[in-house]
Design a protein around this ligand. Structure first.
Ligand SMILES: Nc1nc2c(ncn2[C@@H]2O[C@H](COP(=O)(O)OP(=O)(O)O)[C@@H](O)[C@H]2O)c(=O)[nH]1
Ligand SMILES: [Mg+2]
Length: 459
């Protein structure tokens, strides 16, 4: 077991609440608990049983609070170490006071994510499961919750280990080639080996490509509303959000900064961005707004292109149509309450390939269809019907899988070029390491620091 000092932190958020929980983990956890808290009834504290007692000032014996406590003994605990937890009344002063008592008795304040980091170092969970803990806490919708729970139960880790086994299988063949090159043993030919590597690449690529779906489940999707000034973008944002979030006026160029907010669309949170209208900028502020709009367009998963259907298409609209090329999203012919000057056929003719709907942001007519089309568009990028397949959701996973694919491709090339087995083996080993980095079988302090620093204190 990894030996360490004893850490302490509040597990509940700062502020006032009914209860505050303070957690200790490490070799002195139980000893410190017993110094600052006395159970009502004497005797051993049994593993995982809750006891009522008093928090006391060890030097004076003064009572500070009535509190519940329990201990979990190593290794069958959250962190794999001895763990003790106190449930106090939830006052900020009380929590600080009890923390300082624990620190005076030899505990140290835990760093962000340190409990989970210890759980990882003691083999209680792999890195993908540790990340799932963070995802679970931060889940913003059903899809994100489901994905975090699946990952916490180890489905991603199992999948990655399976891929790593496949890579190690190739390595075994190479080692046999190195060790038994003089002997008369039937080993896979180089084309056979290349084909085997090709199959592994295909399997790794499937997981790599699940990123769009996994990321959208975890973070939600982003849609940017674009259109020329006065097309009704801000009105549409307010309608979708159900609040007056953005200022609506009939003065073109009112919206200058990007405004964003999130709605729940089915199982997925959709963040919608209202942008400055795109036209040739009139003043400096508007030009800056347009700059930001272009940035939002580049970052968005979906575009909602708004056209004022009461006016003929003009050159500003042509610019919007150009932005929509090869993008997912929905085109809206807004102001359907006014006589139409643009038809769906015309806008298709000009090059819009996305679904087109006529609606009115003023009356709300047609909004249900817009929601349906947006959900369909999200499904299309997220991969419809694939909810039950394992997906990656973090850039870290994606980078490791991409590195594994690069190494496997290099190995395949070397195998085909009849390079010595030692050369092929170098790339195969690199691919195995890249996969091992996802679960943490292969890791470095730097990587762990980065992952756990994104956690909060007490996790
Ligand atoms: N008749 C009608 N007017 C609308 C509609 N949507 C927006 N407007 C009006 O068009 C003007 C510009 O709207 P706004 O949402 O600020 O447009 P933006 O510049 O694209 O953000 C305002 O006067 C709105 O009331 C609509 O569907 N029908
Ligand atoms: Mg606006």
């Amino acid at each position: 077991m990894y030996v360490s000092d004893t850490i302490v932190a509040p597990v509940t958020p700062a502020g006032t609440g009914a209860v505050a929980i303070i957690r200790l983990s490490g070799p002195k956890a139980v000893e410190i608990l017993r110094a600052i808290w006395k159970p009502r009834h004497r005797g051993e504290l049994e593993h995982r049983r809750i006891y009522l007692g008093e928090v006391i000032e060890p030097d004076t014996g003064a009572h500070l609070d009535r509190a519940l406590a329990f201990v979990m003994r190593a290794p069958a605990s959250l962190t794999g170490e001895d763990v003790a937890e106190l449930q106090l009344h939830g006052g900020a002063f009380l929590v600080r006071r009890v923390l300082s008592l624990a620190i005076a008795r030899g505990a140290r304040m835990a760093e962000a994510g340190e409990f989970t980091r210890r759980a990882f170092l003691n083999g209680r969970m792999d890195l993908t499961e540790a990340e799932a803990v963070a995802d679970l806490v931060e889940a913003r919708g059903e899809a994100g919750l489901r994905q975090a729970l699946a990952q916490l139960s180890g489905v991603l880790a199992d999948k990655v280990r399976g891929l790593r086994e496949q890579v190690i299988g190739v390595r075994a063949h190479l080692e046999a080639e190195i060790d038994f090159s003089d002997e008369d043993i039937r080993l896979p030919s180089r084309p056979e080996m290349a084909a085997e590597i090709e199959r592994v690449i295909a399997d790794v690529a499937i997981l790599h490509d699940s990123f769009a779906r996994g990321r959208i489940a975890r973070e939600g999707a982003r849609a940017a509303i674009i259109g020329k000034p006065n097309a009704g973008k801000s009105s549409l944002l307010n309608l979708l959000l159900g609040t007056d979030r953005a200022i609506v006026t009939d003065i073109p160029g009112t919206t200058r900064d990007v405004i964003e907010d999130t709605v729940q669309l089915g199982a997925i949170p959709l963040t919608i961005l209202d942008t400055a209208g795109l036209r040739e900028g009139r003043d400096e502020v508007e030009r800056l707004g347009i700059e930001r709009t272009r940035h939002s367009v580049a970052e968005a998963d979906l575009l909602i292109a708004v056209f004022d259907s009461s006016r003929p298409l003009d050159s500003d609209d042509a610019g919007i149509i150009a932005l929509c090329r090869e993008r997912a999203g929905v085109a809206v012919l807004n102001k359907s309450d006014l006589p139409a000057r643009i038809s769906i056929a015309e806008i298709r003719d000009k090059g819009i390939a996305m679904p087109v709907i006529a609606m009115s942001a003023l009356t709300g007519d047609g909004i249900a269809r817009l929601r349906d089309e947006l959900m369909r568009a999200i499904d299309a990028i997220a991969g419809p019907g694939a909810e039950n397949e394992v997906a990656i959701s973090r850039q870290r996973h994606r980078d490791s899988l991409a590195a594994a694919i690069r190494s496997l491709k290099a190995a395949r090339q070397s195998a085909l070029r009849a390079m010595p087995p030692e050369i092929v083996a170098v790339d195969i080993a690199a691919a195995a390491d890249a996969l091992g980095a996802i679960t943490g079988e292969v890791t470095s302090e730097d990587v762990l620091d980065k992952i756990f620093s994104e956690f909060c204190i007490g996790k």
